[in-house]
Ligand binder design. Structure first.
Ligand code: SF4
Length: 340
C-alpha cells in the first residue's frame, strides 16, 4: 500500500528501507517497504506502483524477514539519523500485512527504534483476528476504503476474488472498536467512478460506524495505473469533505489533494526538506534517481527540490538523457510531466 502523501524528498535507500521522506501527514518519515514486487489484494485503477504482480489474500514470506531486520538494524547504527525522524512508516509495494512476518517486523521496529510507527494498509485483511492483533502494535494505522458499494469497489479497487467488501467493512469496524492507537481513514475518489452522490452517501453511512481519528480525502494526484482514473476538482472534493465533516464534527476531515487549476497557489518550496548534503557523482545520482522513480512518479520540480540541482530546467536536461536511453519514461498526467 503506497498511497501516501509523501513528497519526493529522498535521501537513503536500501532494498527495504527508503527515505526519510517529507510527508505532510507524518512529518519526517523513514519508510520500510516489505516487498520488492507488487503483491496486493487489490489492483486499484489509481495505483502509482503499476499492475499487481500477485493478486492474492495469501500471507507468505514474500521477502526474507532476516534481510528486512538487518536493514533496519543497519539504519539504526547511526542514532543521530534516527533522532531526526518523526515516524517509521511500514508500507509495501502492495499490501504490507500480506507478509507473514508482518507482526514480527513491527515488534522488531518497536524494540529497535524509539519512534512512533505508522502502517499504510488497504484494510482488506483487517477481518483477520491475527492481522488485527499484529497491526495493533502500530501507533497510527492508515487504512483505505474507496467505496462502500460492491460495484464501485470492484470498479476502483479491482479486488482479488478472495476479498469481499462486507468483510472489509466489518474488519474495519471491528478493528476500530478494539485498537487504542490512532486510525486515519483514507478515501480516494476518481472522477465518474466512486464520486456519485450514491457512492458518497454509502461511504458516509459506513464511516459513521468506524471509530476514527481523522478522515483523509484524496484523489488521483499522480500518474495512475489506468489513464481513465481522473482526479476530482477542488470544488467537488471540498463539497464531499463538508459532507463528511457534518457527519463527524469531532473528527477532522483533511483534503489531501485535488485537481490543480490555474488559480491554485503553487506549492511552497519551504515545506520540503533539503537534506541531501553530500556531493554525489553522476553515477550515484543516477542510481538514486532511478530508485526514487521506482517508488513513485515525480516531476522535475520534485527532483530538483530533493537534489538541489539548480532548477527544474537543469533537471529536465538530465532526465531527458535518461529517457532517451530508455532507463526512465516520461508521462503526462493532468498537464504535468512526470518521470517514472
Ligand atoms: S492497495 Fe491499491 S493503491 Fe495500494 S498498492 Fe494495492 S493496488 Fe496499489
Amino acid at each position: 500500500m503506497m498511497s501516501d502523501d509523501i513528497s519526493c524528498t529522498y535521501i537513503f535507500s536500501m532494498n527495504h528501507i527508503f527515505g526519510p521522506v517529507n510527508s505532510r501527514r507524518l512529518g519526517r518519515s523513514l519508510g520500510v517497504d516489505l516487498f520488492q514486487d507488487k503483491i496486493c489484494t487489490l489492483n486499484c485503477i489509481y495505483c502509482e506502483i503499476g499492475p499487481t504482480v500477485l493478486l492474492t489474500c495469501d500471507r507468505a514470506e514474500y521477502a526474507p524477514i532476516q534481510k528486512i531486520k538487518e536493514e533496519i538494524d543497519a539504519y539504526c547504527l547511526d542514532q543521530d539519523r534516527v533522532e531526526e525522524l518523526d515516524f517509521i512508516t511500514v508500507t509495501a509495494s502492495g499490501e504490507p500485512t500480506l507478509h507473514v512476518d508482518f507482526g514480527q517486523i513491527l515488534a522488531h521496529l518497536k524494540k529497535t527504534v524509539a519512534k512512533p510507527i505508522a502502517v499504510l494498509t488497504n484494510g482488506t485483511t483487517l477481518i483477520s483476528d491475527q492481522v488485527r492483533q499484529e497491526i495493533s502494535q502500530a501507533d497510527v494505522v492508515i487504512p483505505s476504503l474507496d467505496s462502500a458499494l460492491p460495484k464501485g469497489f470492484r470498479k476502483i479497487d479491482r479486488p482479488a476474488a478472495c476479498v469481499e467488501l462486507d468483510q472489509v467493512i466489518k474488519g474495519l469496524i471491528s478493528f476500530s472498536r478494539s485498537y487504542t492507537g490512532k486510525i486515519w481513514l483514507e478515501i480516494l475518489f476518481a472522477q465518474g467512478i466512486n464520486d456519485t452522490a450514491q457512492e458518497v452517501e454509502a461511504l458516509r453511512q459506513v464511516v459513521k460506524k468506524i471509530d476514527l481519528d481523522r478522515i483523509q480525502l484524496n484523489t488521483v494526484a499522480r500518474p495512475p495505473l489506468e489513464s481513465f482514473a481522473r482526479p476530482l476538482n477542488k470544488q467537488r472534493m471540498t463539497a464531499i469533505a463538508q459532507q463528511f465533516q457534518e457527519d463527524t464534527p469531532s473528527c477532522p476531515v483533511d483534503l489531501l489533494a485535488f485537481q490543480a487549476s490555474q488559480d491554485d497557489e503553487p506549492e511552497d518550496p519551504k515545506k520540503f526538506f533539503f537534506n541531501l548534503d553530500r556531493a554525489m557523482d553522476k553515477k550515484a545520482f543516477t542510481v538514486k534517481l532511478i530508485e526514487m522513480l521506482q517508488r513513485r512518479p515525480c516531476t522535475a520540480a520534485d527532483i530538483n527540490r530533493t537534489f538541489h540541482l539548480g532548477g527544474a530546467e537543469k533537471v529536465e536536461f538530465l532526465l531527458n538523457a535518461l529517457v532517451q536511453d530508455g532507463r526512465i519514461q516520461k508521462r503526462v498526467h493532468e498537464d504535468r510531466v512526470y518521470y517514472q
